[in-house]
Design a protein around this ligand. Structure first.
Ligand code: ADP
Ligand code: ADP
Ligand code: MG
Length: 473
């Protein structure tokens, strides 16, 4: 292997995931952590670990401190994971300038694809279908209203540097656009440090279909099929499926090919994902590109057998891809559940605190990626996702059954989680039919109604009545 030691500029399950890849490849791993994370699992799993500060968020975003530490500890590369600095072109550039390999695409490509309007323009130039929208960023409310009138409502107002489902508002008419315009700008400024916004046509009830691509420095670009991420709440993914149960083989080939053309057209290298929307008439539209490993890369690994993180490391080291397109075969279905520390019975209120007991689910076709353990205290400063449960089986029907069995198999006590909510989704006839769109959760308020089970005291009085009738009391 060309790389000997990697600093992981991240925390939680993805840091553990990357450390595992390093361990299998014989590469030493260096973990970093905030004071709030001093009991985190990634520290224990890495070969070396260093506390980098007391500010729970800022320390994971301190470009110069991380580059300095990587050099001081003799690392040759940095893996950024997802979130934090993973799509920060300045970070990628700082690594490069100081002689470190950034495990991801070139800084210019990160910059270009991280800006949603530039990415749209690049895709238009490459002949990829894109949703109709503003030519670039909007400069005024008046301009927004005139563009919206031209393309027709509903429209989506979006933060140009947005991510994680935030900074997006649907507007059904000019009044709503007027009301949301300043709000999205202010959200974008606060969350992403940029006031730029644009608008595009809202595809009503679309499916979110994304394609995983891998590209090396020798001109090879392949895709690893698609994922269906239509099960969302507030534009955030909750459950992801590979392959999509809603595509036929012709659509699958088409979208895979389109993603490869898109990646090639921008000189993409390393792992990346091209996100599309699919409308009711079967048309695909480019939405955005994520220039990093994604949370849901796991399900693609499961159906193809390709280790995406290992491939990222090999590509970054300059090696050619180990697979040709025709060698990528898929088998069965995989579903990932994002287990969030939130209470689905109470409007998804965050539920941080001590995990009093944890048992990982097991058995055939089950993978758990997490950084929790019994006794671990989930800190309130970070993302609420505490585990990813991935199940696989040969058929759609079987993967649903396996999902139900596995989520019941998992023991996670002390905090509230989204597990009961996922069990409701798995029971839902529409989900089971394999045909659903991004409106599924919002259109089914019964998914968050938990009152259909008899309350314990009701059950107790029924049992007492049955007992009484048998004993003749
Ligand atoms: P994925 O695209 O991998 O499915 P998400 O969109 O859920 O995953 O994002 C993964 C993590 O990265 C989340 O913690 C999210 O808040 C964070 N994130 C994604 N994009 C950005 C961004 N542009 N700025 C800040 N954080 C981001
Ligand atoms: P992020 O960078 O936060 O992931 P995306 O642009 O990928 O933002 O959009 C997130 C989600 O918002 C999509 O998965 C989809 O559900 C919804 N969405 C985004 N753009 C549109 C659109 N033009 N029409 C309908 N839904 C959209
Ligand atoms: Mg997205």
């Amino acid at each position: 292997m060309v790389l000997r030691k990697i600093l992981i500029a991240n925390r939680g399950e993805i840091a553990v995931r990357i450390i595992r890849a390093c361990a299998e490849m014989g590469i030493r791993s260096v973990a970093i952590y905030s004071e709030a994370d001093r009991f985190a699992l990634h520290i224990k799993k890495a070969d070396e670990s260093y506390c980098i500060g007391s500010d729970p968020m800022a320390c994971y975003l301190n470009i110069h401190a991380l580059v300095d530490l990587a050099l001081a500890t003799g690392c040759d590369a940095i893996h950024p994971g997802y979130g934090f600095l993973s799509e920060n072109a300045q970070f990628a550039r700082a690594c490069k300038e100081r002689g470190l390999i950034f495990i991801g695409p070139e800084p210019e490509v990160i910059h270009r694809m991280g800006d949603k309007t530039e990415a749209r323009n690049a895709m238009i130039a490459a002949g990829i279908p894109v949703t109709p929208g503003s030519e670039g960023n909007l400069h005024s409310l008046d301009e927004a209203i005139s563009v919206a009138e031209k393309i027709g409502y509903p429209i989506m107002l979006k933060a140009t540097s947005g991510g994680g489902g935030r900074g997006i508002r649907r507007c059904d008419n000019a009044d709503e656009l007027r009301r949301n315009y300043a709000r999205v700008i202010s959200e974008a400024t606060k969350a992403f440090g940029s006031a730029n916004v644009f608008l595009e046509k809202c595809i009503v009830n679309p499916r979110h279909i994304e394609v995983q691509v891998l590209a090396d420095h020798h001109g090879n670009v392949i895709h690893l099929f698609e994922r269906d991420c239509s099960i969302q709440r507030r534009n955030q993914k909750l459950v992801e499926i590979a392959p999509s149960p809603q595509l036929d083989e012709a659509q699958r080939q088409y979208i895979g090919g389109l993603a490869v053309i898109a990646a090639k057209s921008v000189g993409y290298t390393n792992a990346g994902t091209i996100e599309f929307l699919l409308d009711d008439s079967g048309r695909f539209y480019f939405m955005e590109m994520n220039t990093r490993v994604q949370v849901e890369h796991t399900i693609t690994e499961t159906i193809t057998g390709v280790d995406i993180v290992e491939e990222q490391i090999c590509v970054a080291a300059g090696l050619p891809l180990r697979y040709k397109q025709e060698e990528i075969v898929r088998r069965g279905y995989a579903i990932q559940f994002r287990i969030n520390a939130e209470d689905p019975k109470n409007n998804f209120l965050p539920s941080f605190g001590r995990i009093s007991r944890y048992y990982a689910p097991g058995g055939p076709g089950v993978r758990t990626d997490t950084a929790i353990y019994t006794g671990y205290e989930v800190p309130p400063f970070y993302d609420s996702m505490v585990a990813k449960v991935i199940v696989s089986a040969l058929t759609w029907e079987d993967v649903i059954k396996r999902g139900q069995r596995t989520l019941r198999d998992m023991g996670l006590f002390g905090i509230k989680t989204t597990i009961p909510f996922y069990l409701k989704i798995l029971k839902h006839p529409q989900f089971r039919s394999g045909k659903f769109n991004t409106g599924f959760v919002e259109q089914n308020p019964n998914l968050i109604n938990y009152s259909d089970k008899p309350r314990p005291e009701v059950l107790a009085s029924v049992i007492a009545a049955v007992v009484a009738s048998h004993t003749g009391l």
